[in-house]
Design a protein around this ligand. Structure first.
Ligand code: S3P
Length: 174
């Protein structure tokens, strides 16, 4: 059964959290972040999980968070940047609702990600390695139902574009 969520995907720094919060308010829906689901279940921060248990364990916890989304419906969900980038994951997300890729200029995304909070996946990586990570993820993000280009835009403008795109896709589907 479709779960009717609005699911935001995209690289670190894409604004999934701030845009998601605005969208939820405008749509009168609940907002949830997969990172928060994981951190509150584990009782520790995402950075701590990476540090103490490693990335592989974090990815298992992400898989559990996706399962938990099946039990909810109609929410606006901000996913972690690496969550969609697994075999079959985008298909699973697409079955749970409308998937929106917040796409942006890589330099802008990385600068924003570095400004806002700890990002274990950026630590100790060279710009070339970060670009390679981004390129390896793009094919997954591309499978979203809707793509919104965020380049040069603030969260309010991006949220307005997402709302317009959602209206278009829903109109196209009926
Ligand atoms: C990650 C992105 C983070 C968080 C974790 C891993 C990634 O979320 O899930 O640090 O692999 O890109 P944001 O995309 O919100 O930064």
């Amino acid at each position: 059964m479709p779960r009717n969520h609005v699911i935001l995907v995209g690289f670190m720094g894409a604004g999934k959290s701030s845009v998601g919060r605005l969208l939820a308010r405008r749509l009168g829906r609940c907002f949830v972040e997969t990172d928060d689901m994981i951190a509150s279940r584990e009782g520790r921060s995402i950075s701590e999980i990476f540090r103490r248990e490693g990335e592989a364990r974090f990815r298992e916890l992400e898989a559990e968070a996706v399962e938990a989304l099946r039990l909810k419906s109609g929410e606006v969900i901000a996913t972690g940047g690496g969550l969609p980038c697994r075999e079959q994951r985008m298909e699973t997300l697409r079955a749970l609702g409308t998937v929106v890729w917040l796409r942006g200029d890589l330099a802008e995304l990385v600068a924003r990600a570095r400004r806002t909070g700890a990002r274990p996946m950026l630590q100790g990586r060279t710009p070339e390695e970060i670009e390679a990570l981004y390129r390896s993820r793009e094919p997954y993000y591309r499978l979203a139902h809707v793509t919104v280009d965020t380049t040069g835009l603030g969260p309010d403008q991006v949220a307005a574009r997402v709302l317009a795109a959602l209206r278009d896709t829903h109109a196209a589907r009926v």
